[in-house]
Design a binder for this molecule. Structure first.
Ligand code: SF4
Length: 287
């Protein structure tokens, strides 16, 4: 198969997301990005975590792995290092990635593991019915913070930039075409790519709505942002009030992790011969 249609990418699974959920926009952007890129679907692997976002695994007809909470990046990293011909697309929630999975995030970024991470950042735990998440704004009221969230939220873009991520972007589910272009750019980038997506949870987050973001988002590319300038990127990443930037904050080319790892530098594990003698020795050691 050399090209894909959106129909090819659909599955027969009934979609159980709440009507109007921002996840529909992410699924649509992903489908159209893959159609545009014209890469055989066998080349892709989708890895999802736990949360409403994780159901995306059931709704896109390409190879996938639905893992455990917070572990999208370890699974994606392992798959990529074992078979670096794969294009590995990780999908995680804000609680999934920036809470349970936070420790994996800066290390994947600084190592420049060649995986793409798309976070459904709706600033609430949706699947478990609306608890405060690590990206919920200060003062955010939920069943776990009825008096308002006390800590300041994690800023995923600042964290990614401070961890030397080589591609850092933000999308918004209310602009699917723009998000699709960000996904394509992330997929085509050689190295670790983060696209933090402002995803709307219409059921449990009544503060960060579609209208809330429509009143605030602006596109970096329309304001002469220089995505090769780290200082500019850091400055833009701190804008969180009445103006919220979307687009590519930062991008640089630098060697991916595997290119510096002698054992897999020239070919992935999947293409390396297994030497039976060594395997026997190894088995003897463990029996
Ligand atoms: Fe979407 Fe929120 Fe419903 Fe989950 S609970 S499907 S995130 S609207």
């Amino acid at each position: 198969m050399t090209s894909l249609t959106r129909e090819d990418l659909k599955t027969e699974q009934p979609i159980s997301w709440c009507p109007g959920c921002g996840n529909f926009g992410i699924l649509r952007a992903l489908q159209t990005a893959l159609v545009d890129l014209k890469i055989p679907r066998e080349k892709y692997l989708v890895v999802t975590g736990i949360g409403c976002h994780g159901k995306l695994f059931n709704y896109i007809n390409i190879n996938g792995f639905h893992g455990i909470h917070g572990r999208v990046l370890p699974f994606a990293t392992g798959a990529k290092l074992a078979n670096h011909d794969l294009i590995v697309l990780g999908f995680a929630g804000d609680g999934d990635q920036y809470d349970e999975g936070l420790g994996h995030f800066p290390h994947a970024a600084r190592r420049n593991i060649d995986v793409k991470l798309f976070t459904h950042d709706n600033k609430v735990y949706g699947l478990t019915t609306g608890q405060t998440s690590p990206t919920s704004p200060q003062g955010y009221k939920s069943k776990t913070s009825p008096g308002g969230a006390i800590p300041t939220p994690i800023n995923p873009l600042m964290l990614a930039l401070a961890s030397n991520a080589s591609f850092v972007a933000r999308g918004f589910v209310g602009d699917v075409t723009h998000m699709k272009e960000l996904m394509k750019a992330a997929i085509q980038h050689k190295g670790f790519a983060l696209v933090d997506i402002l995803q709307v949870c219409i059921t449990f987050n009544r503060a960060q709505t579609y209208q809330f973001y429509r009143d605030r988002v602006y596109k970096l590319e329309e304001e002469n942002h220089d995505a090769t300038d780290l200082q500019q990127a850091l400055k833009r990443s701190r804008e969180t009030g009445d103006r919220i930037p979307i687009g590519i904050f930062y991008q640089e080319e630098r060697p991916v992790y595997r290119a510096r790892l002698p054992q897999i530098k020239t070919q992935p594990l999947i293409k390396q011969p297994i030497k039976p003698t060594k395997l026997k020795q190894l088995l003897r050691e463990f029996t």
